[in-house]
Design a protein around this ligand. Structure first.
Ligand code: NAD
Length: 328
């Protein structure tokens, strides 16, 4: 099998590339990435792998000969996107353009060459729904466009519509995966990702900044579990034209998470509660809870998250320590 990963130098993409290259039947992995939030550091372990080709390019660039790369592979993982709440709030126009136009381009090529494609979406599409567990067929409750954070959810939702429309109209072998907070080694706190941000602060005994009152809860999934699901989905014909949640079912409030990280790292950090207005923008809307129902993917590939939150914190800590010693 030959694979193309858009956004392959990103956090999830780098782990996925490593695992694909370990598979016996893997003949080639092509990565296309513009290194906007990704980094070649994510590919360090495989940088000299003979089956890996890295193309530094922007997916939305018309000069990129996307057709050539898509024609050479069997399966596409489309992960390239503008991500991270902080980035999205700051640059909603860029977010919409990247996520919609980039996806449109790769889907067009996938149709042209009749290729398998797995499209990364997000739990953000569930919006402000107050259901205890989100299921793939639920109605979605997105906020008003005056709140720019929803530009991410809407752009990803349009990606989903696009992928499923091409499945219906062109028989495209497309699957949508909705990732819930995915965490692990090498994820950077730079774009607002909560666990690396907290771990980096705790390691330096600096104050941990919890936004709002910290009662909002999330479920954190180890990237190793996420990648396991992505690998298993590749050749599952039953998944064509379908959407799947991928996430852990252990919920924790962000305040409890900060306390757990302090405890696990034996840190002296204080916890500071920061109003949302100060952290993001005036009128910022957050989802109180966001937990996946994963019965659909469990039934298909017998998948559920296996790594504990403590293991995630441990792995993020080790990765941060490695980076700190490298930067010294
Ligand atoms: N990590 C999570 O918790 C999470 C949750 C929900 C959805 N997702 C989705 O998973 C995918 C991967 O996310 P990630 O966490 O690895 O983030 P990431 O930022 O590490 O990865 C995204 C990659 O896409 C690249 N990229 C961005 N715009 C590009 C463009 N125009 N052309 C080429 N490359 C481009 C970036 O440089 C980066 O390497 C994204 O689609 C994201 O929306 C992630």
């Amino acid at each position: 099998m030959r694979y193309l990963i858009t956004g392959g130098a990103g956090f999830i993409g780098g782990h996925l590339a490593e695992k694909l290259l370990e598979q016996e039947n893997c003949e080639k992995v092509i990565i296309i990435d513009n290194l906007s939030t990704g980094s070649l550091d994510n590919l360090k372990a495989i940088e000299n792998h003979p089956k890996l080709q890295v193309v530094i390019a922007d997916l939305t660039d018309n000069d990129l000969n996307l057709a050539q790369y898509v024609s050479e592979i069997d399966c596409i993982y489309h992960l390239a996107a503008a991500v991270g709440v902080e980035l999205v709030v700051k640059e909603p126009g860029h977010t919409i353009y990247t996520n919609v136009h980039g996806t449109e381009r790769i889907l067009d090529e996938a149709v042209k060459f009749n290729k398998r494609i797995i499209v990364a979406s997000t739990s953000e599409v569930y919006g402000k729904s107050d259901r205890a567990y989100f299921s793939e067929t639920d109605d979605l409750l997105i906020g008003c466009p005056t709140h720019s954070r929803w530009s991410y959810a809407c752009s990803k939702l349009l990606d989903e519509f696009y992928a499923l429309a091409y499945y219906k109209s062109h028989n495209l072998a497309a699957t949508v995966v909705r990732f819930f907070n995915t965490v692990g080694p090498r994820q950077t706190g730079q774009y607002g990702m909560v666990i690396p941000r907290f771990v980096e602060a705790a390691l330096q005994n600096k104050a941990i900044r919890v936004y709002g009152d910290g009662s909002q809860s999330r479920c954190f999934c180890h990237v190793f579990d996420t990648v396991r699901a992505l690998l298993a989905l590749a050749d599952k014909q039953e998944s064509f034209g379908q959407i799947y949640n991928i996430g852990s079912q252990r919920q924790i409030s962000i305040l409890e998470l900060a306390k757990l990280i302090i405890q696990e790292l034996n840190s002296d950090s204080e916890i500071n509660l920061i109003p949302y207005e100060e952290a993001y923008e005036s009128g910022f809307e957050d989802m109180m809870h966001r937990a996946p129902n994963v019965s659909k993917i469990n039934k298909l590939i017998n998948w559920q998250a296996e790594n504990s939150l403590e293991k995630i914190i441990h792995d993020v800590k080790e990765s941060c320590l490695k980076k700190i010693s490298k930067d010294k």
